[in-house]
Design a protein around this ligand. Structure first.
Ligand SMILES: [Zn+2]
Length: 598
């Protein structure tokens, strides 16, 4: 494997060039000082913001200019700091950015409520007087749609002053789970005594030694079991806060509030749960096959993460990875292919290799007016090639969004954020299934796809269902106790794993491990994204060019319309069962192919 100990050894073409954002630290400092000054001046805007079309327009333009500068500074600072997380300079830059964002947040906090005070007739008149305002039509609309849900100035101020205390549940949970809990020791596969943590728990469960898996499972939950009352009271108070705030802000429910922020509807949420529920038989089949292949009499919950095939040990150099990804994505047409090719080969989008201190994992970053920046920690495996395909999807989505929209409408939202990346990941997997000559590798790809659907579609939908039950109980006046949460969670696990899996009693405690429940109604977006992606891939592969254009038009939407509307551009209607069914059918056909090939 290629092993670099110093970034200087890496060829220029395989690492980021941050000088394209700021040529040196001095240029960064200049922009920083300029932004700080603009923020200071911006404070005076509050006085005349909504007194006429001219100051209204000027304020929106100034805010946009500051945001634009902040984005550029932030991208530079975070990329710089991620390349060497131990470097003090990077941490200082991030600290300075945090302060600048805070300053602007404070200086501009008047805008949201003020915009609500402009009535429709006035706004229409201002639009005529100042045509430049049309450039901010979506910005204004996005603020004004909260009109029904905004309280008096005094109440809003009161709530804002309590933000810190109100957002404390998740912080307390994470300090408690990560710093205070200890899970004891277990013996690993070589018999060595090791400390069990919530992080190394999953790799243990993916191991091939059943005793180690069982031991890790039982040991971990022994600790959680002792603190169930604390976890329950934390989750109960978090949900109570959300339910109460939804009532205060006149939403029908906390689910309605959460989906309103994303510009979608609870209908999507319910459609997902209902459709997945109608297809649980296919995931039961998967577990039955797993049990047979592992050669055990009954599949326990500590067996479900175990991979069905060992990794194929396929080896890819970085050049091969780029070639494979480009080949796999040729199907998306000339413009897509040539832009990505340029990005990966001439424009050095990717920081390829792991080096000491570099941030782990992978992501795609960048902002309006910069090239995309992809961070990899490439170790030459098939998995890494798939990651490159995934991150390229994010980058190309940004490329199309940024080049086809004004900056204020260029950033696509979290609701669609994983669609383009997952489309690429699935296209790449299908490509490998068509072209790989190694049976071992094909099985690895099939196994990866099955696990992708299990973890992203089925598991997240189960979480989503759990969350809704919990929120509903609280809104009906019930207090969530450890016993109630355990019983609800256990019943769902039983339902989602089916009659052939032995549902160990400890799994009832698993909800305590999931930090996402402190981001209300968030996890279902993983499931809707993979469903949308799967449905898009099906259309790409069956309808060809006529559909590809439609898909590219979706990528070009950015934030110029709501996520629901932009997905409709790609022919994806998440309110209908068909989209979810496409993903479920794909899962079933992969399962069939896997059974045939093993
Ligand atoms: Zn992603």
């Amino acid at each position: 494997m290629t092993n670099y100990t110093d970034r200087k050894q890496i060829p220029q073409s395989e690492k980021w060039d941050l000088t394209a954002i700021y040529k040196d630290q001095q240029a960064f400092d200049q922009d920083y000082a300029k932004t700080a000054e603009l923020i200071e001046q911006f404070k005076s805007r509050e006085a005349d913001f909504i007194t006429g079309s001219a100051p209204f327009y000027a304020t929106l333009k100034d805010a946009q200019q500051i945001e634009s500068l902040l984005n550029r500074l932030e991208v530079y600072a975070s990329l710089f700091s991620d390349l060497d997380t131990g470097n003090n300079e990077g941490q200082i830059l991030m600290g300075r950015m945090f302060k600048l964002y805070n300053d602007f947040g404070e200086a501009s906090s008047f805008m949201q409520t003020a915009m609500l005070k402009v009535d429709d007739l006035t706004l229409q008149a201002w639009n005529k007087e100042e045509p430049g305002l049309l450039d901010y039509a979506r910005t204004i609309e996005k603020a004004r749609r909260f009109r029904e849900h905004t309280l008096t100035d005094e109440s809003e101020k009161l709530i804002a002053s309590m933000q810190n205390a109100m957002h404390s549940h998740s912080r307390i949970r994470s300090v408690f789970a990560n710093a205070d809990l200890s899970f004891g020791k277990i013996r690993d596969e070589s018999g060595k005594l090791v400390t069990l943590t919530d992080t190394n728990y999953v790799p243990f469960l993916m191991g091939s030694n059943r005793n180690v898996r069982r031991n890790a499972f039982r040991t971990l939950y022994r600790t959680y079991d002792q603190f169930g009352n604390t976890f329950a009271s934390l989750l109960n108070s978090y949900i109570s806060e959300k339910v109460t705030m939804a009532q205060v802000r006149k939403y029908g429910s906390s689910l309605e509030e959460s989906t309103f922020y994303d510009e979608v509807t609870p209908e999507i949420y319910h459609n997902l749960i209902k459709t997945v529920n109608a297809h649980l038989g296919s995931i039961y089949d998967y577990y039955t096959m797993k049990q047979k292949l592992l050669g055990i009499p009954k599949l326990h919950l500590y067996d479900v993460y175990t991979p069905l095939v060992s990794s194929s040990h396929s080896h890819y150099t970085y050049d091969e990875a780029v070639r494979e990804v480009l080949d796999a994505l040729k199907i998306l047409g000339k413009e897509y292919h040539s832009t990505l090719k340029q990005g990966l080969t001439e424009k050095h989008w990717v920081d390829v290799w792991p080096t000491p201190g570099k941030r782990g994992g992978a992501y795609s970053s960048g902002c309006y007016g910069t090239e995309p920046y992809i961070l990899l920690n490439f170790t030459e495996t098939l998995d890494d090639v798939s990651t490159l395909a995934h991150e390229s999807g994010h980058s190309m989505h940004s490329y199309f969004s940024h080049t086809n929209n004004k900056e204020q409408e260029a950033y696509y939202t979290i609701f669609v954020a994983e669609v383009a990346s997952t489309v690429n990941e699935i296209l790449f997997a299908h490509y490998k299934l068509r072209t790989s000559s190694s049976k071992e590798e094909k099985l690895e790809v099939l196994n990866q796809l099955l696990e992708l659907y299990r973890g992203t579609l089925f598991r997240q939908t189960m979480f989503a269902e759990f969350e809704e039950i919990a929120h509903e109980k609280v809104s009906n006046g019930m207090t969530l106790t450890k016993d109630i949460l355990n019983a609800d969670y256990y019943a769902l696990v039983k339902k989602y794993f089916g009659p052939d899996v032995y549902v160990d009693k400890q799994i009832a405690l698993e909800w305590m491990r999931i930090p996402h429940f402190y981001r209300f109604f968030y996890v279902y977006k993983y499931a809707t994204c993979i469903s949308a992606a799967s449905s898009i891939v099906k259309k790409i592969e069956t309808q060809g060019d006529s559909y590809i254009n439609q898909y590219l038009n979706f990528l070009k939407c950015g934030d110029s319309r709501s996520p629901l509307d932009s997905l409709l551009v790609a022919g994806i209607d998440l309110r209908k069962p068909e989209v979810i069914e496409d993903a479920l059918n794909d899962f079933e056909s992969i399962l069939k192919e896997f059974k045939k090939s093993i």
